[in-house]
Every structure is written in C-alpha cells, then in structure tokens.
Design a protein around this ligand. Structure first.
Ligand SMILES: C[S@@+](CC[C@H](N)C(=O)[O-])C[C@H]1O[C@@H](n2cnc3c(N)ncnc32)[C@H](O)[C@@H]1O
Length: 288
C-alpha cells in the first residue's frame, strides 16, 4: 500500500517535471535582443489619439503648430554646424542629402515636414497603430516627398544596433518625457549619430511651472491634451539632459525656451526654459 503511494507520488513528480525539462532545452540559445526601454502604458495612451493625429484642430494641434518652430530649428541648426553645402542653403531643397532619424515619430507630423525640405527621414516608433497612421498619411503626399520617408515599428535600441553612426541628425521631439530610462534611450540615439552630427530634442522641464502648465492647466483645466498624457516624474531639466549628453561626448550648443500660446495655437521662442524647451547638441569627433 505504502509502496504503491510512493510510486504514485514519484510518477506525478516525474510527469510534472518533464515539461519543464523540455521547455528548458527549447529556450536555448538565449535571445540577445536589446532590453526594451518602452513603457507600454505611455505608447498605448498616445496611440488612443491615432484617429485624430492629423486633425490640426484636434488633441495633437500643439504638435502641428510646433512645426513652425522645430523645422527651422533643425534646418538652421544643421546649417550652423556646416553640414549643408552653401549653394543649397537658400533653396527649397535645403536638407537634400541629409539623413535624419526621427525617434518616436508617432503619426509623422514632423517627419513629413522634414521630408518637404528634402531630408531623407527614417521615422521609428514602438506604436504600431501610429506607424500605420504615418504610412497611410504619407501615401497622400507627392511622390517626390513620399520617397524621402521610411517608417518602421521599432525601438531606438533595435534600430541603432543596425545603423551605427549612420545619421547626420537624430530628432526626438516630445518623446523624452514619455521615456523611463533616458540614459539608455539617449545612448542608443547617439549610437546612430555620425560624429559631427546633431541631436535635436524638444521636451518639458522638471519644474513647478511645468507641472502647473504642462499637466494641471493643459490636461485638467484647458483640456488641450487628454488627461494622463504626461507624468511629471519623467520630465527632465535642460541641465540634467546636458550632463547626460556630455557623458556621451556631445556638446550642447543651443537651449531655447518655448512658449505655447494656447489661445491661438501658436508657439514662440522665449528666454524661459521653465516649461518647454528645445536643445541641440553636437556629437564631437573622437579626437576632439
Ligand atoms: C507626443 S508623441 C510625439 C510624436 C512626434 N515626435 C511629433 O512630435 O510629432 C510621442 C511619441 O513617442 C513615442 N514613444 C513613447 N515612448 C517611446 C520610447 N521609449 N521610444 C521611442 N518612442 C517612444 C510614442 O509612441 C509617440 O508616438
């Protein structure tokens, strides 16, 4: 009796362990994908706005109107670092021959604007739905512009490993405030940047004013963007950002404050970086 019970216990043990042994052997070899730095909650929150992405009066209207500042910022920033041939500067094709990676491109509002001045732009975003919106919208473009754009559902960690030092410029506009591990994110952005190239960032400062203006007013009083779009803990000050960039051999050459005049959906440059700001940093050559 006892030995039959023992046998049954032993049999159950062996039967239960067997699948684990099999699955262990199936795991090998271990996958070596880079660790993901994507907060799925953030991506899902933004993807809820997919159907309104291209409505210039909808919840993303602030991104549409921000193009009036950020496109000249990128254009003039690249001119100032000598990347644009002189004869090209005053032409509509000013960014012709320039390779740009836009990280966190969403539905492509900035990507398309950069392609219009003839940059070759690769837009990547972890949000599948948003990349679909971007691809669908690009089909409405003139073929000369559409052919300048390439979209991928990808993280910057995945993309940069395959494209080391490929780009003249990296753009992360209104993305950093949605990223948890900013050091890892920036490290991979910079891996894809050529020495002498620039990274352009627009984001929110970590101040009381940015909490009041960027969250309390924008999300709860003025209804400019849906509630919970932003998490103050993820904001970063320009000084902290510069410190991180410096550790990756990048020199910050410009920090501008940006002011959103919500009553007329318009942005202007301002001295104060208390709420929104834009930054350009140049990746130094190895021997500098
Ligand atoms: C506010 S939207 C900005 C879109 C675009 N840059 C623009 O300004 O028009 C933020 C975008 O960042 C993306 N995002 C969030 N977390 C990210 C991460 N860890 N890496 C790359 N993109 C991310 C979101 O999916 C979303 O498309």
């Amino acid at each position: 009796m006892l030995s039959s019970m023992r046998f049954r216990v032993l049999y159950r043990l062996v039967i239960n362990i067997r699948p684990s042994i099999r699955s262990l052997s199936q795991i090998a070899p271990i996958k070596t994908n880079p660790p993901s730095n994507v907060d799925q909650y953030e991506v899902d929150t933004l993807a809820k706005m997919a159907s309104d992405w291209w409505d210039p009066t909808g919840p993303l209207k602030g991104l549409h109107s921000m193009n009036a500042l950020r496109v000249p910022l990128i254009r003039d920033g690249l001119i100032s670092t000598g990347l644009i041939p002189k004869e090209q500067i005053r032409t509509p094709q000013v960014l012709s021959g320039i390779n740009i990676l836009e990280v966190g491109c969403g539905g492509g509002i900035l990507t398309e604007a950069l392609a219009r001045i003839r940059a070759d732009v690769c837009g990547i975003d972890p949000g599948e739905k948003l990349i679909q919106v971007a691809k669908d919208h690009a089909q409405l473009l003139d073929q000369n512009i559409a052919s300048k754009i390439h979209y991928e559902v990808e993280t910057v960690e995945e993309h940069s490993k395959k494209n080391v030092e490929k780009y003249d410029a990296i753009v992360a506009s209104e993305v950093l405030e949605h990223v948890s591990n900013k050091i890892m994110f920036l490290e991979h952005c910079l891996l894809a940047l050529k020495p002498g190239g620039s990274i352009f960032i627009t984001t929110l400062n970590k101040t009381t004013a940015s909490w009041l203006g960027g969250i309390v007013a924008a999300e709860y009083i003025l209804d400019l963007v849906p509630k919970n779009t932003h998490d103050w803990d993820k904001f970063i000050s320009p000084l902290d950002l510069q410190r991180v960039l410096k550790t990756y051999n990048c020199s910050t050459i410009l920090v501008h404050g940006m002011c959103f005049e919500f009553w007329r959906n318009s942005w202007c440059w301002t001295e104060s970086t208390e709420i929104n700001y834009a930054l350009q940093a140049v990746k130094l050559m190895d021997d500098s």
